[in-house]
Design a protein. Structure first.
Length: 90
């Protein structure tokens, strides 16, 4: 329980940020999952579109500080790598 006025405000701000980050992280996970499903499917155009949408979400999350920029780069790289491997296998 916060004792000072500034600690109470910090707690409120922390709660707001936590909820905002949680929703952003949830959207991010969904976009990544959709990209992985599309990459494993047969439609190359759908995979490219899903990959682009996921990359956009990842970049936005990194810009907001929800995830670290290196984690964002690593995730995008792994998605692109799996998409390229799938494309090369066809």
């Amino acid at each position: 329980m916060p004792n000072t006025k500034s600690a109470k405000r910090a707690l409120r701000k922390s709660d707001v940020r936590r909820l905002r980050n949680r929703s952003t992280r949830s959207e991010l996970r969904t976009a990544i999952k959709n990209a992985r499903v599309a990459i494993s499917g047969d439609d190359a155009q759908a995979a490219a579109k899903a990959l682009q949408a996921a990359a956009k979400q990842i970049d936005q999350a990194a810009a907001k500080g929800v995830i670290h920029k290196n984690a964002a780069a690593r995730t995008k790289s792994r998605l692109a790598k799996s998409a390229n491997q799938t494309k090369a296998a066809e």
